[in-house]
Every structure is written in structure tokens, then in C-alpha cells.
Design a protein around this ligand. Sequence first.
Ligand SMILES: [Ca+2]
Ligand SMILES: [Ca+2]
Length: 627
Amino acid sequence: MKKGFLLLALFFLPSAGIAQSYSTSGMKEDTAIFDHINPPNWWTGMKDHFLQILFHGKSIGSAQVTLSYPGVQLLKVHRVENKNYLFVDLNISSSARPGKIPIHFDFDGKKPFVYQYSLERKSPDDGITRAMGVSPEDFIYLLMPDRFSDGDTTNDRVPGMLDQSLNRDSMYDRHGGDIQGIMNHLNYFNQLGVTALWLNPVIENDEPHASYHGYAFTDNYKVDPRVGTNTLYARFVKDAHTHHLKVVQDIVLNHAGDRHWILKDMPMKDWLNEWPSYTQTSYRESPLFDPYAAASDKKKMSDGWFVPSMPDLNQRNPFVANYLTENAIWWVEYAGIDAYRVDTYIYCDLGFLNRFNAALLREFPHLFIFGETWVHGVTAQAYFARNRFNIPFKSNLPGAEDFQLNFAVKNAFTQPPGWTEGINQLYLTLAKDFVYQDPMDNVIFLDNHDMTRFLSTVNNNVASFKSGFAWLLTTRGIPQMYYGDEILMDGIDNPDGKVRQDFPGGWPGDKQDKFLASGRTPAENDMYNYVSRLAHYRMHSTALQNGSLMQYVPENNIYVYFRYDTKSTIMVIMNANDQEKTLTTDRFTERMKGFTSAKNVVTGKSLPDIKQIELKPDQTLVLELEH
Ligand SMILES: [Ca+2]
Ligand SMILES: [Ca+2]
């Protein structure tokens, strides 16, 4: 999530919109008195026996609630400020069986109403074939559903929704991409060699304009109809798993879209972090850990709004905390997703985040969670993830998006070398890895939907671009790439959002189909094959996935590191000079001892002599050492 895009989107927002609400999927006719029931169902066999159900409907707050169901106990009924809500706490014991819990609602002078709340069986496959987690063995492909492929043109515009735009020439309008389009290309991902798909949010964003990116939720329990349906999403996850592709769901806990149904009729005043007058977050994370910080600076960072159209959720309100946590658990169990990427992580209440992560991981021990930790400095980044600091607040976030290494790799290829500049940044950033509990769980990347594509960062120098990918797929961490990089898509992060262009061939009638080798230019095929070969090599290399890392202080603007385990040793040589170089390898005896030759893992060619290695300008060689 980047403020620039959103601020611009806001500019186009009309001052008033049509109030429009959609029933949450799964709701049938017997919900007549309710507008919303969240979560729409639950499961037996969950580790946490507590469930808080939100019922929303006109004047239902006065109802007396009773139920009788074996193994299920009604703990408490909360009546809140807004009489259109009831929060019902249940204990679902381990003896409860799947079925329909008849929940009785009795009103003074009105007909009683029975709602059959569905209790299903938790999948025995969690942690085995679903909810598997993402690890350094994976390679994540990030794509924006609206911009990847349109597999169903009938959902491009959905009657009744606020944004009726459909214009592929505008970066702010809807383009029609959807889940079906992604499902149509599962073989493509297999050929490329990625093992996990991270989709920008698929949740409903019924906003009037420019919410194609998905970060302004308007119904947490519903896939956006322009992207697909809940059922289709669950099928997509299943199909992806069949194709050995894991699925990362993008979740927003910090804020909601201003047209979220719950904000039109809030349960209580402090559902949101409200201010006497509009107050924006400072986007400055330092006060959160600064020992000298002013409390007001902390509050502004956490409780200030990201942008005016995205009201800030008050996660210290236990009803909000339950709502967000149960929603996240619901999607894992409903669809079987493998990981969460938490948007705007550092803007949420940190105490809440720890409870959120713990609840998710308790229910799904194999699940992986990583957060958008867009901060400056390794120490700041580590503060928001599992770290080795002896400080009062200890984050339990398994993975950070490694923005520090992202800044470093950009500098490596764009700055002249210096004591701490250029290629030294890669070396120096990793040298500080002792701050993390497990730096291997950091998600590393060259670019994403919020930043200039890496090819443009390196001024369209393909040698440097390839070097970037060589680094991405050989250094420590969980590599993540951005859709289209493999076919040399470029784009500058500017207000036009040119980094979110459509994937050519993803739309019916596209002139070129770059999903196929025949539709790609020789240069694009060369890049595609480069990424694919490295990705497939990494897929079978335990050294690159989980092996040890040893790096050497860069000299002469050349950076050398090794990934190794008992099976193999990979030597990576990054030449950041724009001229040819010869590397004498005496200095690396510690790791090269016993090896006499090497194989270039991209070309498959052998290097009979590894004492002197020739390097092309801006080239990164990935060599498997051989005896
Ligand atoms: Ca479509
Ligand atoms: Ca916040």
C-alpha cells in the first residue's frame, strides 16, 4: 500500500455516493431480519473454542437470544451502542458435531425468529495439502488480479456496484482481470518456476473509483464480484494446490474502505480511531520504538488515517479485534490459503497484531504470515518482526517484507561504489542479519505493485536486470517477483501507476500473447528463460533454499557469496562494473577448497578453471562448484 496512489485516487472520489450493500455470501432467505451475519459460518475442531458472531439487522439489538445444541454453549450476548447489532459469544467445545445451531431470537411483541447457524467440520488436510505455509523453498509471484488476465468478461462490470468504469487505457479504471484469468494460466506459472501466488486483495472493494487494487475492503467476507465469487476463489486455491502452487492472501487490518457496510452503521463510536478533525498518520514509524518518543507522535503514527478514504480501524476495541481475527481465520479454513501478507503492518496497533498472529498460528501452525514493513533501517525493520532485541515489546511476526534489502539491491546497481554505497549495501545490509530471529523468513524482492519496476530502476540495462534476478534467487530469504518482470515489463512509479500495466495476452483479442514463447520477442524469451532456469534450479537446490550463506567484503565493485549445505556449494559472483573483469579466486579458499571446476547453472556450461573467472559487464554468475 502506498499513499501516493491512494491520495490520487481520493481526488477522484465524488463527495457523495449511492448507499449500496450486498448480502454476504452464504446468506439464505432465512436471514430475513438480518443484513449481515459475520462470520457466516464456523467449524468444529478448532483449537480456540471461542466464537463471537456479529448479527446486524434493523432493531435486532433488543432480542433475547437462546440456543440449545450439544457441545455449544451461549456465553454472552453483547448489546452495544447501536441497536442494530448483537454480538453473540459462543463456546464450541471439542464434543460439538457439525450441523445447524438453531439460534432463537425473541422480540417483544414480534414473531420469534430462529436462525440456523452452520457449523462445519474443520478440514483434516490443514497443514498437509492446504494451509501449508510459504517458506524459503518457495518463489512467490505477485500479481494484481485486475491487471493480469480477464478470464470472464461477463463480470467486467457488475450492475449496482459503484465503479462502472471499464477502460484499459486508464490506470485508475477497472480493466476486467479476474480469478478465472489467473486460473487459466496455472501451467504458465509452473513453466516459469514460481511456487506461490500472491494476489493483491480479492476482497470486495465497492468504492466509486480507483479501488481496482483491492485495498479498500467494503465486505470482509466477500470476494469482489468483478474478480470472482467466494466459491470460485476456493476452487482457485484448490486448483493452484493441485498445480503445486501455494496461495498468499493479501489482508488489510489497518483500515477499511470508507464504503464498508459496517461504517455506514457503526456498532459503536470507537469502531474507528476518530479524531476531532481529520488527522493523517505521520507515516513515521520511529516513535513506536524510540525511547525518547512523545506519546502524541506514537498515537499519530498508529491512529492517524492512512488516507481520508480509508478510515483507521481501532484494533484496541475487542469487538474490532475479534472481527478482524475471526475473518482471517475464516478465509484460511474456507479457502485453504497458505499464507497471509498483511498490508500496512506498521500502522496497526502492535499489541493487537501479536494477538492476531498468535491466534492464526495456533489454529494453523503451518500458516505463514509476513507483513508490509516499509520502514527505513534494519533495526526498524527487525522491530516489527521476530527479533533478538531485549526490549519491552517483542513482535511475533514470522516474516518481514525486506525493504532494506530492496533499497540495497537498487543501490547496488545504480550507485557508484563507495565505502557504504553501491554494491556494499547488499553486503552491509545482510551483515546486520543477527538482529532477526530467522532472517531466512524475510520476503525479498526487486519490486512490487507500489514501486518502479526493477528494469526501469536499472535504466533498462538487461544485464543488470538479470543480475538482480540472480541475486533474488540465490541470496537468503523467500524470493518474491512481480508479474511481467519475466517478459521485461518496465514502468516508473508515478501518478499514472504505469507499474500496473496489463499482462499482454491476458485479454481476449490482445494483439500479442506473451504467455506463449511464440508471442514473445527474442529478448523477452531470453529473459523469461533466464528467470525460469534459475527458478527451476532453485526449486531443487537445498543449498539455495535453506543452505548457509557466507559473503565476502566486496572488492573492486565485485561481490562474492556462497550458499552451501552438505549436498552442494553455489558460488555467486556479482560484477557491478559496467566493464569486463577477471576475478582471481584465491581469496575464497575457505569455501572453494576441494573444488576444481564449476557449472554455470543458467547456461549449463562447465568452467574447467575456477582460479580465474571472466565476468562480463554487470553480470552475475551463479556457479555450482564441482570436484
Ligand atoms: Ca472479467
Ligand atoms: Ca492504524
